[in-house]
Design a protein around this ligand. Structure first.
Ligand code: HEM
Length: 341
């Protein structure tokens, strides 16, 4: 039976809380992580039962260093590494640490709040909360810059094809790579542009969201650089956020993908440019403050951990380990990297 994925394919909810936690040093984290896996499964089951039309869901991603510290299976998902910064001539995609990522979504903010509250209760003793963003649906799905965001996302059956790992990585089938960046916009500078110039930044019209023709579309527009081909798509669940008192208006960029290399190609095009130097003009008005790669294992993987079973049914041992050997635990790892043959 194929592993059951976490809820990465549903369309983004109207309300979202994005959370990033980093484990504290010298803490026993294995038992807490096991509880969190059980809680994530519970929150999804309960959300679906109590509020069937709310799209309530909690998706958990795990960063590279946390994966190792927790003793999760080895070999790791092929592309799970710490994100390397991408340094362009003018703009940089920074890399920031992230051990666990939570994407809490639903139609009502009450559901998101309650899910965040129970997660933090369990995590607070052993982990620091380093990012918390409350995203909301802005009018008809617009970014805070006023342009509709998400139009060219894969639809229908294509979502599973582009969003979930398939037979290319059998051990991690049903999982996804998750990449996130918290962007802050210079709204004042963007709004100072006449509308037709704003449209050239994206390559689409503002009011009615129509794509420019290839002749009109500038080569440094956002969509000219991020469209890397019909066979290379990702699922974007971006939502805007805004805080008047701190003057932080932004976009939480979040993409689920069957391969991280697709996201990396888009980022290279944006920050390095095509050709080099012809970078994405959107970056003149948007700065990423975070940038982290996570892996979202299947729900079956989380259920196995919650019940104390090996996370994966079958996975080759890491170099130097014997088949069936368990990964070492010097700091509270879960001892769950073992084989179940
Ligand atoms: C400041 C952050 C960002 C904002 C406000 C933003 C906004 C938008 C908007 C308004 C569109 C046009 C409508 C649509 O198809 O969704 C778009 C398209 C797109 N964006 Fe972004 N985006 C941001 C960052 C990124 C990043 C970091 C990536 C990739 C790593 C990316 C990938 C894409 C892709 C693949 C498309 C569709 C291109 C096409 O096929 O036409 N975006 N974005």
């Amino acid at each position: 039976m194929s592993p059951e994925p976490q809820n990465v394919l549903d369309y983004r909810g109207d309300n979202t809380i994005f959370l990033v936690y980093n484990f504290k040093k010298d803490q026993e984290i294995g038992a807490v992580f096991q509880k969190i896996c059980a809680l994530v499964i519970n929150l999804n089951n309960s959300g679906e039962t109590r509020f069937p039309d709310s799209g309530a869901a909690c998706v958990m991603g795990i960063g590279h260093d946390a994966w190792l510290r927790l003793g999760l299976p080895s070999p790791l998902p092929k592309e799970l590494k710490s994100f390397e910064p991408i340094v362009g001539a003018k703009h940089t995609a920074v890399s920031t640490r992230g051990d666990l990522h939570f994407h809490l979504k639903g139609t009502s903010s009450s559901i998101c709040y309650d899910m965040a509250a129970v997660l933090s209760q369990i995590l607070d003793p052993v982990a620091d909360s380093v990012v918390e963003v409350h995203g909301f649906r802005y009018w008809d799905g617009r970014s805070i810059l006023g342009f509709v965001d998400g139009t060219e996302n894969p639809k229908g059956a294509k979502r599973a094809f582009f969003g979930l790992i398939g037979d290319a990585e059998p051990a991690y089938k049903g999982g996804s790579y998750l990449f996130v960046q918290k962007y802050i916009h210079d709204l004042k500078a963007f709004r100072a542009l006449p509308i037709n110039e704003q449209e050239k930044v994206f390559g689409r019209s503002k009011q009615d969201d129509i794509e420019m023709s290839d002749e009109e579309k500038p080569s440094n527009s956002h969509i000219a650089l991020t469209n890397v081909g019909d066979d290379q798509k990702v699922i974007r669940d971006n939502l805007p956020f805004g805080n008047m008192s701190t003057n932080e208006m932004g976009t939480y960029f979040i993409a689920y993908a069957s391969t991280f290399s697709t996201v990396k190609k888009m980022l290279d095009n944006m920050f390095i440019g095509v050709p080099e130097g012809n970078y994405d003009r959107l970056l003149d008005f948007s700065s990423p403050k975070t940038g982290t790669l996570f892996f979202v294992p299947s729900a079956s993987f989380l259920k196995n951990i919650a019940s104390g079973a090996p996370a994966l049914e079958e996975v080759s041992p890491a170099p130097g380990q014997e088949a069936g050997a368990r990964t070492s635990s010097s700091n509270g790892s879960l001892l769950i990297g073992s084989l179940k043959k």
